[in-house]
Design a protein around this ligand. Structure first.
Ligand code: BDR
Ligand code: CA
Length: 345
């Protein structure tokens, strides 16, 4: 995983931890929603809350490839996890960089690793500079990023992850231009991820499934000082994190809901069958005065270049949420069985 945790990155991590077919072998902490050290601390803290085994967390570059870092605490909260205040973890960071971890892991497990990128592509681009064969060493790559026939969420045409480091995004898409069809990255852009609308009822269903009490129904009337009091710590922290995301979306007139970009990409990484895709050649505008960092898809081969991406054009959001609630709810219940959860406030 290469993440900028991040509220929705947090739920992507929980989804993978909760999925029996997934083994997370490394987490790259990429600067984006918050600076890289905060991203790393959030990941380590979630691993503690989830009583996860030791998983390597490697710190990424502090800055994008060519421009200063822009972060977005207004979207993800002061620490990147909304209203949640996770206990600081004693786990230590890897002694290798995120880029080095990418490279060494794919070399050790050629053709086996599914890469999931839910943040800016800075560290993957740095890894590609170290190992140009990386596209062929991966089994599959899934990227949350870009906006095609859809407005941006950062500028009128920019999606956040590409906006933060457009040079890196371009290097990554360019690197896959020679990849065989089965190695093309699956791209989950805003066009599809903004159809993944999480609502208060989904949090309540998660709590119910986890046996967490009381089952809370958060609402837009809840003030910023409110914290969840539900018994299961995973559900409790998640509720505090996601409620901030609801408030943010509400503030920008999108309703009292949250777009769950990154957990959807995580679900697609484990099961591409969740997504209908269409091949295209993707490039990133680097020079436009109004359109810099815009992703452009050539669906019809007008550039005369081979496709370098499979863009997700359809999914069933209800199926995704059923899976998310089933997996994360059962996981939370297993980590904190209802009796223990109550004693474990
Ligand atoms: C992406 O931007 C980030 O804020 C989210 O975590 C997601 O990865 C959506 O544009
Ligand atoms: Ca993210």
């Amino acid at each position: 995983m290469d993440v900028d945790t991040g509220i929705d990155d947090s739920l992507a991590l929980l989804y993978l931890l909760a999925s029996p077919e997934a083994e997370i072998i490394g987490i790259a902490a990429t600067a984006g929603n918050v600076p890289a050290p905060a991203v790393a601390a959030n990941n380590l803290a979630w691993l503690d809350v989830c009583r996860a085994p030791a998983i390597e967390v490697a710190l990424g570059a502090e800055e994008p490839l060519a421009i200063p870092l822009r972060t977005t605490e207004d979207t993800h909260g002061p620490q990147g996890i909304g209203y949640a205040e996770l206990p600081v973890s004693d786990r230590t960071l890897s002694d290798r960089t995120a880029a080095r971890m990418w490279v060494e892991l794919v070399r050790e497990h050629p053709g086996e690793i599914v890469g999931l990128c839910t943040g800016p592509l800075t560290n993957l681009a740095l890894a590609l500079r170290l190992e140009p064969e990386l596209p062929r060493l991966l089994r599959r790559l899934v990227i949350m990023g870009g906006a095609f026939h859809h407005p941006g969420n950062t500028t009128p045409t920019n999606e956040w992850n590409v906006h933060v480091d457009p040079e890196a995004a371009k290097e990554v898409f360019d690197a896959f231009s020679a990849a065989p069809a089965e190695r093309r990255p699956i791209v989950c852009a805003l066009d599809i991820t903004e159809t993944i609308e999480m609502r208060p009822k989904h949090l309540a269903l998660l709590a119910e499934r986890a046996g967490s009490a009381p089952v809370e129904m958060v609402s837009e009337g809840d003030g910023p000082e409110i914290r969840s009091a539900t018994s299961n710590p995973i559900i409790r922290y998640l509720t505090d994190a996601v409620r901030f995301y609801f408030d943010f979306h509400k503030l920008y007139d999108q309703g009292y809901l949250a777009h769950m970009h990154d957990p959807f990409a995580a679900a697609v990484a484990l099961d591409p069958g969740l997504a209908i895709t269409r091949p295209a050649t993707v490039d990133v505008e680097l020079t436009g005065t109004l359109t810099r960092a815009t992703t452009v898809a050539d669906w019809a081969g007008m550039w005369g270049r081979e496709p370098n991406a499979d863009i997700v054009i359809g999914t069933d959001p209800d199926q995704f949420f059923d899976r998310l609630i089933g997996r994360v709810g059962d996981f939370a219940r297993t980590v904190y069985p209802p009796q223990e959860g109550r004693a474990n406030r």
